[in-house]
Design a protein around this ligand. Structure first.
Ligand code: FAQ
Length: 325
């Protein structure tokens, strides 16, 4: 649907302006909020940045759930800081999206009604403490792999938000790997928990990069516009190549019988995730889709009194200022 929309909207834009715009992109000149841009460029950015922001916000839920049950005070403080960082990432990204002419309330409404997506990974449960390690190691690891190239994305506000976010994500990945190290070097029961977490979260982490290139709707146009810097399969391959030695160091086994080093391509051959599961999760049928949307709707409703209070305060100040003039 989006592909059609982008195509038709791109063709209604002035061809001369489109040519100039593409030339600027090709020269790596950043696009800023007040610059002319094709409607398709604006809309696909709102979609991608909006989904990204929602992912950061919904992504707090699987880990936030474990703050009260972290095994030590230190682990609790670290996890709390990480989850707060994710909230901050959501806010930078909503602010970047707002520069494109959409309001944060609009985006929130579309998340809460299920119209807008967020990353599939957050529809999987975190069942125990080892899962928190695996989320940091694999989920933040995949997020960084995707986000480091996005620091060079063509839209200025998105690119600048990504620079800050990537610094924090590296810390997140390391704290996850540190938890995995402790578990993998612990008792037999802890090692089993670490392996079990890897077994359950490996394929959902591979799905984070999106469908295979053959099924990706947006990649071609978005790479031409430098909204996206790599294809989904390129980044997935890089993630596998980076993560396999890390698993080996932990003494854990990636749950893929077909995983083999391919000398010719200089990377691992690996099994694809079950794509029917991926598309099913996108349709709302993952293990936690309903819970996640319920939790976000409840948080929004519970926060109504704060928003109403702030608006009333702002209104009172405005009225007082008008009366004084
Ligand atoms: N989940 O044509 P493509 C994080 C959809 S942040 C859900 O290939 P595109 C930090 C896609 O929207 C994680 N939907 O799409 C953290 C499209 O549907 P639409 C989020 C997905 O946009 C860690 C359709 O499939 N990161 O984790 C997914 O070119 C720990 C066709 O796909 C970002 O958002 C998916 N995995 O490529 C937080 C990064 N994949 O919209 C808390 C920025 C695809 O037409 C705790 N985003 N779809 O209805 C991107 O780089 C891209 O949007 C991709 C997808 C690569 C995700």
């Amino acid at each position: 649907m989006y592909a059609q929309m982008i195509k038709s909207e791109a063709t209604t834009d002035d061809p001369e302006k489109l040519k100039e715009f593409q030339a600027r992109i090709d020269d790596d000149i950043k696009v800023e909020p007040r610059d002319w841009m094709p409607e398709g460029y604006r809309k696909t950015l709102i979609r991608q940045i909006g989904q990204h922001a929602h992912s950061e916000i919904v992504g707090q839920l699987p880990e936030g759930n474990w703050i009260t049950r972290a095994p030590t005070l230190e682990r609790k403080m670290i996890l709390l800081a990480k989850v707060q960082d994710e909230a901050g990432h959501g806010l930078y990204l909503y602010a970047a999206a707002e520069t494109l002419g959409v309001s944060r309330d609009d985006l929130t409404e579309q998340l809460l009604s299920g119209k807008m997506k967020y990353s599939s990974i957050f529809n999987y449960a975190t069942l125990n403490w080892a899962d928190i390690g695996a989320v940091g190691w694999l989920v933040d690891g995949a997020a960084i792999m995707n986000q480091v190239p996005l620091q060079r994305t063509s839209y200025g506000p998105y690119s600048r938000a990504m620079i800050r976010i990537c610094k924090e994500e590296s810390f997140h990945q390391r704290q996850g790997y540190d938890i995995m190290m402790k578990m993998a070097q612990g008792t037999e029961a802890q090692k089993k928990m670490a392996q079990d977490a890897l077994n359950r979260l490996w394929y959902p982490s591979l799905m984070m990069f999106g469908p295979s290139d053959a099924d990706s709707v947006h990649s071609t146009q978005n790479m031409a516009w430098k909204i996206k810097m790599n294809t989904n399969d390129e980044l997935r391959q890089k993630f596998v190549d980076q993560t396999v030695p890390q698993a080996e160091y932990l003494g854990l086994t990636i749950p893929d019988e077909n995983l083999t080093w391919n000398e010719k391509k200089g990377g691992y051959d690996y099994s694809d995730p079950d794509w029917s599961e991926f598309f099913d999760v996108l349709k709302g049928n993952g293990p936690c889709n309903v819970d996640r949307l319920e939790a976000r709707n409840k948080a929004w409703d519970d926060g109504a009194w704060v928003r109403d209070g702030l608006m009333a305060h702002a209104e009172k100040k405005r009225a007082a200022k008008t009366a004084a003039e």
